[in-house]
Design a protein around this ligand. Structure first.
Ligand SMILES: Nc1ncnc2c1ncn2[C@@H]1O[C@H](COP(=O)(O)OP(=O)(O)OP(=O)(O)O)[C@@H](O)[C@H]1O
Ligand SMILES: [Mg+2]
Length: 293
């Protein structure tokens, strides 16, 4: 009996020791767990701070970019301002002069002639203003999925109506049937093609051929517009994209067409290339990248 009582006692003590050991292990575990949780909380807080900072930086970069775009637009408009003043001043002076003469003359025939002059000058003014408005209203390009072949079809349809003014101008179309679409602003490209085709027609006073073709290389889809007109002098090649550069009669051109085209295509991350020989015609190539850099 004595023996069994003693061993019972021993077992209980051993059990208590084990229990105590387990308790202290579990206490240690808890302490470690708590420490881990605290550390995780700290990491979480730091991450949240970092995220906040990143968001702030992102916002700053965005507003900086927007400012750059605006400044760029403004500087182009600033560049334009000088020439604009000139372009508007001259017709205005003529209008003033003719209006004065109308007031002084009694000849109905003269009055009619002066009125026609005024009309012509006012027409020119409104042409210049319409083009300028297109510049200043130029919005961020949309990212339409554009099939350049469709643009060519639409342009031909649109131009057939206008080209009746030009005698013996024939349009030939060659479309690449495997042309991949590009992301860009359909209206911007359309406007550019129409401007360039109009120039081509105007460069062929005695008639000729306008060949509109599409194609692609690894990086770009393109529309090429080639005419058999008078061509562009080498010294003018570097200037044709400048605002108000024109070799046309006063009534025929404002010289804003190609500068607007360039601006539109660059806004869509593309470029326009030109090749020409005097007497042999000119080729304009509008290139739009498949992926924006
Ligand atoms: N296909 C072409 N063949 C020969 N010359 C061209 C051709 N396209 C453009 N040019 C030259 O480039 C100049 C500038 O063209 P742009 O379209 O900017 O103005 P414009 O045609 O003179 O006037 P607008 O477009 O305002 O009617 C033209 O005056 C012309 O000298
Ligand atoms: Mg033009």
């Amino acid at each position: 009996m004595e023996d069994s009582g003693q061993s019972e006692d021993k077992r209980r003590r051993a059990l208590e020791v084990t229990l105590e050991e387990e308790r202290s292990i579990s206490r240690a575990r808890n302490t470690i767990l708590l420490a881990n949780i605290k550390e995780l909380n700290d990491v979480y807080d730091t991450l949240r701070e970092k995220l906040k900072e990143l968001r702030y930086r992102d916002e700053r970069i965005r507003s900086f970019e927007a400012e750059l775009v605006r400044a760029n637009k403004l500087s182009t408009l600033g560049e334009l301002a000088g020439s604009i003043a000139h372009e508007i001043k001259n017709p205005l002076i003529s209008i003033q002069g003719f209006a004065g003469r109308i007031r002084k003359t009694e000849s109905g025939e003269k009055i009619e002639r002066y009125a026609r002059f005024i009309e012509k000058e006012a027409d020119r003014l409104s042409q210049v203003l319409a083009r300028l408005l297109a510049f200043s209203r130029m919005e961020e390009p949309r990212a339409d999925l554009v099939d350049m072949n469709d643009i060519v079809d639409d342009t031909v349809l649109f131009m057939e109506h206008h080209l009746t003014r030009f005698k013996n101008v024939e349009i030939v179309v060659e479309k690449d049937p495997n042309l991949k679409p590009v992301r860009s602003d359909r209206i911007h490209i359309q406007q550019t093609v129409v401007n360039i085709v109009m120039n081509a027609a105007q460069a062929m006073p005695d008639g000729g051929k306008i060949r509109i073709s599409t194609g692609q290389d690894n990086t770009h889809a393109f529309i090429s517009i080639a005419d058999t007109g008078i061509g562009i002098k080498e010294e003018d090649l570097g200037r044709i994209f400048e605002p108000f550069f024109t070799t046309k009669e006063k009534e025929e051109g404002t010289g804003l067409g190609l500068s607007l085209c360039k601006k539109l295509i660059e806004a869509n991350h593309g470029k326009i290339e030109v090749e020409s020989k005097v007497g042999e015609g000119a080729t304009f190539k509008i290139m739009i990248p498949f992926h924006q850099a």
